[in-house]
Design a protein around this ligand. Structure first.
Ligand code: ATP
Ligand code: MG
Length: 290
């Protein structure tokens, strides 16, 4: 699992523009986004430092996916700033006015952002190796040999070197998701965004994907993870963010968020979660499955 250690990373004290900056890798200020009449993100402030792991939790429809999609420029935003390594995403300033950036400019600013979705979205007609190589050939224009070498290293990182020649239909959901992670890692991102990467998986396959993510975190990858896996968040997160109705309602270290949850909505959210996941109760002195 050392492939990450070999990845080139840019000097963390400089941005592409050359300005010295020790600022956050991701810096979100007053981010607002509406779909028609509905304001879905209502002033999000979020900073993610290098090598930090931020887990994002919250009820369905609270805006978690929309937030991640804004960070990956898969969604436009209406107001506020999203800065990646100091650079404004999606817009440029022209004559003191903000105008939409060109697609080329957007791609340049988000080039170091990798994303993994709930659905793995692998090409069914390509092998695991082919899926990982695809963007290396088409986007990064690597030679086939270089792309194959890097793709193999990434499959090894996720523990799937032996499945390089397998087609997605012959892989379990957990293996497919690990290929999707390898595919994102192959682009040598500085930050990885995960949107509920394990929620489409059978329960017994969740662990293998979380294991890979834990290893990435240990290797120093900067990560933002939308998840319902509270155990993972408690173990791995440097910071847990609870989003409710388009706002960050609570933010803190896992212990603060999970143990000292004073905020009523958070307490209710966690209570629902623990009720759903309780598998053992103590009833009238008699222990038995719930
Ligand atoms: N493309 C869209 N057009 C219109 N409304 C949208 C669109 N995408 C999301 N929404 C709405 O925005 C709100 C936030 O959605 P989002 O998918 O970000 O929530 P979420 O927190 O990720 O929920 P879940 O836990 O169910 O994945 C929801 O009310 C949703 O219906
Ligand atoms: Mg979502």
């Amino acid at each position: 699992m050392n492939a990450l250690a070999d990845m080139p990373t840019s000097d963390p004290t400089t941005t592409v523009a050359g300005h010295a900056s020790n600022a956050s890798l991701i810096d979100v200020r007053d981010l607002r986004k509406r779909f028609g009449e509905v304001e879905v993100l209502r002033g999000i402030d979020l900073q993610i430092a290098r090598s930090e792991v931020v887990c994002i939790i919250g009820p369905s429809g609270s805006g978690k996916s929309t937030l991640l999609r804004c960070l990956a420029a898969l969604e436009t935003y209406d107001q506020g700033d999203v800065r990646i390594e100091g650079e404004l995403l999606g817009y440029t300033e022209r004559n003191g006015k903000r105008v939409r950036a060109s697609q080329g400019e957007i791609n340049r600013v988000r080039r170091n952002v990798g994303m993994v979705f709930q659905q793995f979205n692998l090409w069914p007609h390509m092998t695991a190796l082919g899926n990982v190589m695809e963007a290396l050939l088409r986007v990064q224009h690597l030679s086939r040999d270089d792309a194959r070498r890097r793709a193999n290293a990434m499959l090894e990182t996720v523990g799937l070197a032996h499945k390089a020649d397998a087609y997605p239909a012959k892989l379990s959901g957990g293996q497919q998701q690990r290929v999707a992670i390898a595919r994102a890692l192959a682009m040598e991102p500085h930050i990885m965004l995960f949107d509920e990467p394990t929620s489409a998986l059978d329960p017994e396959l969740v662990g293998e994907v979380l294991q890979v993510m834990k290893q990435l975190a240990r290797d120093g990858m900067t990560m933002a993870v939308v998840t319902h896996e509270m155990g993972f968040a408690a173990q791995v997160a440097d910071k847990v963010v609870f989003i409710d109705q388009g706002r960050i309602a609570v933010e803190g270290k896992p212990r603060e968020v999970f143990h000292d949850a004073g905020q009523p909505r958070l307490r209710q959210f966690l209570q629902n979660y623990f009720d759903r996941n309780a598998f053992w109760t103590q009833d009238a002195g008699e222990a038995g499955p719930a």
